[in-house]
Design a protein. Structure first.
Length: 380
């Protein structure tokens, strides 16, 4: 279990795992990582998914309904700027799917859903997840990510929901010096209101296992990418700007290193935790591909046939973590999961999706997004 650096219960300090050099995206497996291991096709398994209209949540909903014959999904989403029901058009008419428009901070709504739906598992994606937004306006981040998580946990406890899975981020480990990687025992070292709120909600979720014996699991994933990604994060922002020959804002020297995980691989990892993970445990989910941001941008430009002159250096973000790195050895060893999508293939498919869907991009970039984009980048 991850602990804060000041935890008196662990005198040994963090476990520093040597990083083994690799070529991005060459780790492939033949096992089908999304094959469910514990279900009966004659018995329905009901998922309550929070934030299921967002980028990762909607990918999970689509994947669950496509890969599990036993699944029913109730999707609770507030539909903030990043929540988009267009992401779920392909399954909207599925009789096993129901959408509920609401806020996880609405405790009576959440209690009512837990009482009436009696899900077998809660999969909690709903979060304010953009670091820059958390810096400009931390209040909503704390409310949603911490208070909202409490609302869900307490209602799940009250109605004895069998499983609760909390989706988190590698950002809680903070910047990690090379050549080390964080395992699940690595101390937490947050650098933004966003990562602090996620670290707090992780610990809150795990406390419900320790105190109330709830079957809680936590997963911490590296940077996701793929189709339907709202264009404020690095890859979709660079793709959408480059397609319009607009400047590509690069924070500082662009050498911030991130591990990249294709969204469907992430969702398969979550399924693996739900099917085979142990209650009270944390599982890292990484993509086995660490690259500097500027290199990711160069690859996008190469795919699109655009010049590198579109890149524009802007003032770096306050408290910008330099390097994220985590190991997924625990998840791989316990469940057999591994990332299947190579980065180059996943990036090419993602770019192609954005090229085929300019109307989707135009719709999501209007209104709320445009105001934020101008506020964040205008004076950099």
């Amino acid at each position: 279990m991850a602990t804060d650096e000041g935890d008196e219960g662990d005198k040994t300090g963090p476990v520093l795992i040597p990083f083994i050099p690799f070529i991005c995206g060459q780790f492939l497996v033949t096992e089908q990582p999304c094959a469910a291991s514990r279900y009966d096709e004659n018995v329905t398994m009901k998922f309550l998914v929070t934030g299921g209209a967002g980028f990762i949540g909607s990918a999970f909903v689509r994947q669950i309904l496509a890969t599990r014959a036993d699944a029913e999904v109730v999707n609770l989403d507030k539909l903030t700027y990043a929540g988009n029901l267009e992401n779920l058009t392909s399954i909207a008419a599925d009789s096993r799917y129901r959408f509920v428009h609401g806020d996880i901070c609405d405790r009576e709504l959440v209690r009512g859903l837990m009482r009436d739906e009696r899900p077998d598992v809660v999969v909690h994606f709903a979060a304010e997840s953009h670091v820059d937004r958390s810096i400009h306006s931390p209040g909503p981040v704390i409310d949603t990510n911490f208070v909202g998580t409490f609302s869900l946990l307490d209602a799940a406890r009250e109605f004895s929901i069998p499983r609760f899975h909390h989706v988190s981020t590698d950002e809680v480990y903070g910047s990690i010096d090379a050549p080390h990687e964080a395992d699940e025992n690595f101390p937490l070292k947050t650098a933004s209101p966003y990562s602090a709120s996620k670290a707090g909600s992780d610990l809150l979720a795990l406390s419900y296992f320790t105190t109330y014996k709830m079957a809680v699991t936590v997963s911490r994933a590296s940077n996701n990418y793929g189709p339907f990604h709202f264009p404020e994060k690095l890859i979709p922002l660079m793709i959408s700007n480059a397609m319009e020959d607009k400047p590509l804002p690069i924070y500082g020297d662009g050498m911030q290193i991130r591990d990249w995980l294709y969204v469907d691989d992430h969702c398969c990892g979550i399924q693996a935790v739900i099917d085979k993970g142990r209650a009270g445990e944390i599982y890292n989910i990484g993509g086995n591909c660490s690259l500097p941001n500027v290199e990711v941008v160069r690859r996008i430009l190469k795919i699109l046939g655009k010049p590198e002159s579109l890149m524009k250096t802007v003032t770096d973000r306050p408290g910008h973590d330099r390097r994220y790195a985590l190991t997924s050895a625990k998840l791989m060893g316990e469940t057999g999961w591994a990332p299947r999508m190579t980065f180059d293939q996943g990036l090419a498919e993602t770019v192609e999706w954005y090229k085929r869907n300019p109307e989707w991009v135009a719709r999501v970039r209007s209104g709320e997004y445009r105001k934020f984009y101008e506020t964040n980048y205008a004076n950099r």
